[in-house]
Design a binder for this molecule. Structure first.
Ligand SMILES: NC(=O)c1ccc[n+]([C@@H]2O[C@H](COP(=O)([O-])OP(=O)(O)OC[C@H]3O[C@@H](n4cnc5c(N)ncnc54)[C@H](OP(=O)(O)O)[C@@H]3O)[C@@H](O)[C@H]2O)c1
Length: 356
């Protein structure tokens, strides 16, 4: 992110009385007004080494600058993903410190060169390619335009923060598994962020959706249209599910292997959990085993725009399990890591008026 490549635009914040009161308006001409309005430094959660949540500290770091094709976002909310915990166990690679967090929602405050469709002041959500001192657990973060979309008006920033990674993952998996009307789809781990997104998109396509979850999630899952909730502790999942056309697995392990019994020879399995079923195990049962779509941060721009459209149409909602202030990010990461999240866990960074 090169400061000289950044075409820093006037922020909407600068159009406010508050900005005028700061004397920023008087700096117009010659010097970019918002560059002066934007702080040089910010408070952010920084990973200072390898370990557990204790390696997360609140520190002062520079505000990043958007390069070509990038935007600088003032972060209102960020979401937790299971990978955030996994990353804590690794020494930051490209720097001795890193800011975690991929999922973000906020307002554009500056555009890099070549950006025309995310003007300053626009509400956006998306994925930050969290490397070095640029991540979502911060007040300001840079994202590639292709990894963002305009925030649907119907969603709060708190909800929109939880859309990116799980939404993009879900649309790609649903496409790959060829889910459409008339199919019976079994989703393992249906109450989590990815599982609940998969369920909503599959239901919007006309599929009949059932899934495994603990019973405490049944009320939420029925509210989004899930036909049957199978308690994963109850024994034989395949017998409970009956015949299904497609299994989508966010859990792995024995449960995933058991679920294959519910598929006929023309069945399809897609696994995105760490310990998913192997191609050899699928081949032994003459089942088509499809691979994970790869990192959400590398998804094509069309996937993020599809997620935004689904949300605008009311076909993809984010259920907020818990919120934490940014300063308690370590607790939020630990809570999600315990593995029982219903929907998403969200960090509140700089709350917006009415959260819209
Ligand atoms: N691109 C990718 O490949 C990609 C992207 C995103 C996520 N992932 C992976 O997908 C997995 C799920 O991610 P997520 O974000 O959805 O996680 P999450 O939001 O933390 O949800 C985990 C869910 O799994 C449920 N669960 C735990 N054990 C279960 C079991 N044996 N059977 C059924 N449900 C169980 C939990 O609820 P209860 O135990 O309370 O029922 C919880 O609702 C993770 O391994 C993640 O790394 C992959």
């Amino acid at each position: 992110m090169n400061r000289h490549h950044a075409h820093i635009s006037l922020t909407l914040a600068c159009l406010t009385l508050a900005c005028a009161a700061l004397g920023v308006a008087g700096l117009l001409g010659g010097m970019t007004a918002s560059a002066a309005a934007l702080p040089q430094d910010q408070r952010a959660i920084v990973q200072i080494g390898a370990g557990g949540p204790e390696v997360l500290q609140l520190q002062t770091i520079p505000v990043p600058h958007p390069g070509p094709g990038q935007i600088l976002i003032r972060v209102h909310a960020a979401a937790i993903n299971p990978a955030d915990y996994t990353q804590l166990g690794r020494v930051p690679s490209d720097a001795d410190r890193r800011v975690p967090g991929m999922d973000v929602a906020g307002v554009v405050v500056a555009d890099g060169d070549g950006v025309t469709d995310r003007p300053p002041g626009m509400g956006v959500f998306g994925i930050v390619d969290s490397t070095g001192l640029n991540g979502a657990y911060a007040h300001y973060a840079v994202a590639n335009v292709s990894s963002t979309a305009p925030k649907p008006r119907s969603l709060t920033f708190t909800q929109a923060a939880g859309l990116g990674v799980v939404g993009v993952t879900a649309v790609r998996v649903i496409d790959e598994a060829q889910v459409h009307a008339g199919k019976r789809v079994l989703i393992l781990g249906i109450a989590g962020g990815v599982g609940s997104s998969l369920a909503q998109i599959a239901i919007a396509r006309g599929a009949t959706v059932l899934g495994t979850a603990s019973p405490r999630h049944a009320r939420y899952l029925r509210s989004i249209g899930v036909s049957r909730v199978i308690n994963y502790a109850s024994g034989n999942i395949a017998a409970e599910a009956g015949h299904v056309d497609i299994v989508i697995d966010t859990v792995g392990g024995n449960e995933a292997l058991q679920s294959l019994e519910a598929l006929g020879p023309a069945g399809r399995y897609v696994g995105i959990a760490h310990a998913h079923v192997t191609p050899e195990q699928c081949a032994a049962r003459q089942i088509q085993c499809l691979g994970s779509p790869g990192p959400a941060a590398r998804a094509p721009a069309a996937a993020m725009l599809q997620v935004a459209q689904l949300a605008r149409d009311g076909n993809l909602r984010v259920h907020v399990d818990r919120t934490y202030p940014l300063t308690r990010a370590a607790e939020a990461v630990l809570y999600n890591h315990q593995g029982h999240t219903e929907g998403k866990v969200i960090l509140l960074v700089t709350p917006a008026a009415n959260d819209h």
